[in-house]
Design a protein around this ligand. Structure first.
Ligand SMILES: NC(=O)C1=CN([C@@H]2O[C@H](COP(=O)(O)OP(=O)(O)OC[C@H]3O[C@@H](n4cnc5c(N)ncnc54)[C@H](OP(=O)(O)O)[C@@H]3O)[C@@H](O)[C@H]2O)[C@@H](O)CC1
Ligand SMILES: Nc1ncnc2c1ncn2[C@@H]1O[C@H](COP(=O)(O)OP(=O)(O)O)[C@@H](O)[C@H]1O
Ligand SMILES: [Mg+2]
Length: 274
């Protein structure tokens, strides 16, 4: 397993002078039920601050007002409005589903709908509740090689069947090969399992043990994939930078608020641009 280092941030390129918002990708985030609206808002805040050109959130209408008040940069679509969701999804480069999605019938219906809509040119990031739902059902991934799962250890246990105590590199890698998707296995030492190689993130701290830190990482991964060419290196950079910024905040803060990580992204991306 290869240790990530600052060098992985070299995918953060200087923005071309003749660029426009379309240059940096369209990201669609799906999640946030009435109980967990904050999760999808944190993903959205991360995604916009990570540089996604256009970001739309498909969510429960209960969350629209709060989202607009917090982040006017984000567009919203009512997750009951099929016609609108169809058109939003058709132009997406990256879809993220799961943060705060919940596990009821509506949540399952949305996951199945996204599987039907994903095209071979679109990347799909599956996080949070969507991992738990996928683990429960017998659905097939439409495009495994275009899919990234971002489980914490318990979500990985549900998805892979491997008990947390048995989650060793060798066993995890075998399940990655079966799933054919990229796996970001989150913990105090996050690991990335890909078709090519496995990577270990050496950064991070216990201040990050706050609800929403993973929702934020999912938003950064989606935003990075939308604007930089799709590869495991881009996922590595998102994981590394998320923890790098959290470590900067932890230096003089007992708790690392997830939204503080998002707010610091544009500054640190500027420091590392090549
Ligand atoms: N503000 C909001 O709206 C927020 C909404 N959220 C949304 O809630 C939804 C449910 O997600 P979830 O992660 O909270 O619950 P679940 O999947 O049941 O996992 C928890 C179980 O796993 C266990 N566990 C073991 N190892 C672990 C590890 N390394 N990391 C973490 N857990 C670990 C853990 O063990 P325990 O804590 O009991 O020791 C417990 O038994 C999801 O959609 C998410 O997006 C949250 O993001 C919070 C902020
Ligand atoms: N003690 C820790 N050290 C380093 N990183 C941590 C620690 N605790 C949590 N994290 C990081 O915080 C994130 C938690 O993700 P997750 O459990 O999905 O949170 P949530 O769903 O509440 O947003 C992961 O990126 C994980 O690596
Ligand atoms: Mg999570």
């Amino acid at each position: 397993m290869q240790n990530l280092s600052e060098q992985c941030l070299s995918i953060i390129q200087k923005r071309p002078k003749n660029s426009h918002k379309g240059t940096f990708g369209r990201t669609v985030l799906v999640g946030g039920n009435a109980q967990f609206g904050g999760a999808i808002m944190m993903s959205a805040e991360a995604c916009v601050n990570a540089g996604s050109g256009l970001t739309t959130v498909i969510t429960d209408p209960n969350n629209h007002q709060a989202l607009h008040a917090r982040m006017p940069e984000v567009m919203t679509a009512d997750w009951n409005d099929n016609e609108l969701c169809d058109s939003v999804l058709a132009s997406a480069d990256v879809i993220l589903i799961g943060p705060g999605l919940g596990e009821d019938e509506k949540s399952q219906e949305l996951l199945t709908y996204i599987f039907q809509k994903q095209t071979e040119n679109q990347l799909l990031v599956i996080d949070g509740s969507a991992i738990t739902l996928f683990a429960k059902n017998d659905e097939e991934l439409p495009h495994p090689e275009q899919t990234i799962f971002t489980p914490h250890q318990m979500e990985w246990q549900r998805l892979s069947g491997i008990k947390i105590a048995d989650q060793t590199e060798e066993i995890n890698q075998a399940v990655q090969e079966k799933l054919e998707a990229t796996i970001v296995l989150k913990s105090h030492h996050t690991e990335i399992y890909s078709e090519q190689e496995d990577f270990l993130n050496p950064l991070g701290n216990p201040g990050m043990a706050t609800g929403g830190t993973g929702d934020t990482l999912a938003g950064i991964i989606a935003g990075f994939l939308a604007q930089f060419a799709s590869s495991v290196e881009v996922i590595n950079a998102a994981v590394y930078l998320h923890s790098y910024i959290a470590d900067q905040i932890y230096y003089d803060n007992y708790i690392v608020l997830p939204t503080k990580i998002s707010q610091a992204l544009p500054y640190w991306m500027k420091q590392f641009e090549k």
